[in-house]
Design a protein around this ligand. Structure first.
Ligand code: PAF
Length: 264
């Protein structure tokens, strides 16, 4: 696996990739887990070459503490990327990515008033801005995003359409633990007691026959604080707080709940 610390080094190599070779892209903020591994594996199956980026993007954290405490696990991440057979890893520096400051931004005006957009002001602008920058730098044929962050996937897909980028945005199913809890970098920060509550949250949330109100009541009763639990376009979405750890999840309604387990 080739690792790039500067944009110039990567761009020089990008120019040498033949136009006939397809490049798949998996952008990440590191602290990689089996959810990321599944995106990488899908990219490897569908493309000649795969690039993963690791960049903890400061502009998408609406709470400075979250950015500071975001787990940085570079050594383990590089091992996972290399074990998964990734060809290239881009580790850009903040000073290069935001060389002109945070002056040019991608703003979306509808979804950003809903759910994650409403509860995390500025998050989607920071996320779309970094994804646009990375797509311009990497110039992939395809880019892969987990359905756990479904609103994020929809926004990126629609941004790419709006700005006529010739890139396929591919959603990949959420990977879950046996309890149904979606893999997330934030799970690592749960204490053993919080972890039990997170499993309970997942089991309750996946009772798709219950109404939103019944779910909120059941979650609140067991000590999970619900930010929102809503339905949009046939999907049910939620964000909850367990202690100071915020977890999000969603699933498609009116279909047998498809839970992809890893058996972990
Ligand atoms: O989903 C994430 O990890 C991040 O939002 C992304 C897409 C890598 C942008 O920083």
């Amino acid at each position: 696996m080739q690792i790039f610390h500067t944009l110039a080094d990567w761009r020089a190599v990008r120019k040498t990739i033949p136009v006939t070779a397809s490049l798949g892209f998996v952008p990440t903020m590191g602290n990689l887990h089996v959810g990321h591994a599944s995106l990488l594996t899908t990219s490897r199956q569908e493309n000649d070459l795969t690039l993963a980026s690791i960049f903890v993007n400061p502009t998408q954290f609406n709470k400075p503490d979250d950015f500071t405490h975001y787990p940085r696990t570079l050594e383990a991440d590089l091992a996972l990327l290399s074990d998964t057979g990734v060809d290239y890893c881009l580790l850009p520096q903040e000073k290069e990515i935001y060389a002109t400051g945070y002056t040019y931004k991608i703003d979306e005006t509808i979804s950003h008033q809903l759910m994650e957009g409403k509860h995390r002001p500025g998050h989607f602008t920071g996320m779309l801005t970094i994804v646009m920058k990375l797509l311009q730098l990497v110039q992939p044929q395809r880019a892969y995003f987990g359905e756990k962050d479904y609103q994020q996937f929809q926004l990126i897909r629609d941004m790419v359409t709006s700005f006529f980028l010739d890139i396929e945005i591919k959603p990949c199913p959420t990977i879950r633990e046996t309890s149904g809890l979606a893999y997330s970098s934030r799970n690592n920060r749960l204490t053993p007691e919080q972890r039990q509550l997170a499993d309970q949250f997942a089991r309750i949330f996946h009772q798709s026959s219950l109404s939103n109100e019944q779910l909120i009541t059941a979650l609140t009763a067991c000590g999970v604080s619900v930010d929102y639990l809503e339905e949009h376009e046939g999907r049910r979405f939620t964000a909850v707080n367990i202690g100071d750890i915020r977890l999000i999840d969603n699933y498609k309604l009116n279909s047998s709940v498809s839970v992809t387990h890893t058996g972990a």
